[in-house]
Ligand binder design. Structure first.
Ligand SMILES: Cc1cc2nc3c(=O)[nH]c(=O)nc-3n(C[C@H](O)[C@H](O)[C@H](O)COP(=O)(O)OP(=O)(O)OC[C@H]3O[C@@H](n4cnc5c(N)ncnc54)[C@H](O)[C@@H]3O)c2cc1C
Length: 406
């Protein structure tokens, strides 16, 4: 089939690659000048399926509506403020586990050399957080991952640069967790997709899609692209909602903002070995080759307080745990980065065909789009081919949201 993919973030590029592998003729439309310029540019790179599933499940428990009546009212409106009735933990774990495995396979078979570091340590400073850490430990293990609860001295021996002056009550250590450079992988896979014949139309902002027996893509102020397509796959991250609306497809997607800062390591002996996550502040600090990346929790788009508050918080946590780890000051080139991500109400992405035949989506990945990229792309390609997939696609389907078409 002749297919258009909208968006060249990690989701669009992996999707285009898998579709090309299945023999489709693929054209990717991207409004910026290259791949991975949106949310896939400077994310944390974390691949920690069980931890991510445990966090999503805990968040779901916290947000769960008090009564069935309010859930039902909300569902009928299909409003973005409505939390789901089902715990997303297992479905996220299935996608994330499979995503990490597919990433490994692709790196091995295509000989892609991508920066990666193994291991993750979750640390907490105050005794009042010990109970929370124990709960997290139980949840992570329930999802089948190895996770060790460690006293402070043992944790300090593993991450020897942890600041001795910052109180440390204990740590959770996972060996089956990785930080892998998402942008680097996306750029390398884009080249692999091009070698398979996939075409990239950079600098083309898609303004709308005309669905019909054949579909048209309108770019840069409604100029029709000269070719017609048998199918269109929307992988436009936070740009997806507007394009879906132009087709009369309504999904409960909401935009969030994430922040990271990246800087060159000043002195390796003062830097983390792998990923250190501060439980209280929900801030992660990752070693990425010769650089350090720090990132915090996402906030609803437009709700960030004025000034550079999110970055101040990131510097503060970095200074607490690894003072002097990065170069600062004039000419140090610290990169402060903000990106929009889009998320659904139940914390799971939307993968599959919409109510408009031939219009597919792979979006709404929230803060998990890197770990789920390679599996969601494979799943989407299997669905396009009408093949059974490795796992149940129902939890990610568009029709799970009532009234997803006007
Ligand atoms: C600070 C931060 C840290 C994160 N850490 C992690 C992590 O550790 N692990 C993890 O798994 N995930 C993480 N994430 C989430 C992950 O980065 C995203 O889920 C993922 O990058 C989403 O990929 P995407 O391709 O859907 O979106 P994007 O990378 O944003 O790509 C969408 C692309 O579509 C293009 N586009 C949009 N509209 C149009 C249009 N109309 N026409 C043409 N092109 C269009 C955009 O220009 C963009 O290039 C993090 C995110 C942030 C912000």
């Amino acid at each position: 089939m002749k297919l258009a993919v909208i968006g060249a973030g990690v989701i669009g590029v992996t999707t285009a690659y898998e579709l090309s592998c299945d023999g489709h003729e693929v054209t990717v439309f991207e409004r910026t000048s290259t791949a991975a310029e949106g949310a896939s540019f400077a994310n944390m790179g974390l691949l920690a399926p069980a931890w991510m599933a445990a966090k999503a499940s805990a968040q779901w428990l916290q947000d769960r509506p008090a009564g069935l009546a309010s859930w039902w009212r909300g569902l009928r409106r299909s409003s973005p403020a409505v939390p789901s009735r089902t715990d997303p933990g297992n479905a996220l774990l299935a996608l994330a586990d499979s995503g990490a495995r597919r990433l490994d396979e692709l790196c091995a078979s295509l000989q892609l050399s991508v920066d990666s570091h193994q291991g993750m340590m979750i640390v907490w400073r105050e005794t009042r957080d010990s109970k929370r850490a124990e709960d997290l430990h139980t949840r992570i293990r329930a999802y089948g991952a190895e996770c060790h609860l460690m006293p402070a001295e043992q944790a300090r021996a593993l991450e020897s640069a942890l600041n001795a002056e910052t109180p440390l009550q204990g740590a959770l250590v996972m060996t089956d967790a990785w930080s892998v450079n998402c942008r680097q992988f996306t750029l390398l896979l884009r080249a692999a997709a091009q070698r398979r014949g996939c075409r990239f139309e950079f600098g083309r902002a898609v303004s709308s899609i005309q669905a019909g027996t054949k579909h048209r893509v309108l770019c840069d102020g409604e100029v029709p692209f000269p070719e017609h397509f048998d199918g269109v796959v929307l992988c436009a991250g936070s740009g997806s909602d507007g394009l879906l609306a132009s087709l009369g497809v309504r999904l409960p997607l909401a935009d969030w903002e994430g922040h990271s800062l990246s800087a060159a390591v000043r002195e390796p002996l003062d830097a983390p070995v792998a990923v250190v996550h501060d439980l209280q502040h929900q801030v992660s600090i990752a070693r990425m080759s010769q650089r350090i990346r720090v990132s915090g929790p996402a906030v609803r788009a437009g709700r960030t307080a004025g000034g550079n508050t999110p970055f101040k918080a990131l510097y503060a946590v970095l200074d607490d745990w690894f003072p002097g780890a990065i170069r600062r000051g004039n000419g140090a080139g610290v990169q402060e980065w903000t990106a929009r991500i889009t998320s659904t109400t139940d914390g799971l992405p939307v993968i599959g065909q919409t109510a408009r035949p031939g219009i597919w989506v792979n979006t709404g990945h929230g803060m998990h789009g890197w770990v789920t990229a390679c599996s969601s792309a494979r799943l989407l390609a299997d669905m396009v081919a009408g093949r059974d997939s490795a796992f149940d696609p129902a939890p990610y389907s568009a029709p799970r949201f009532a009234g997803h078409t006007e």
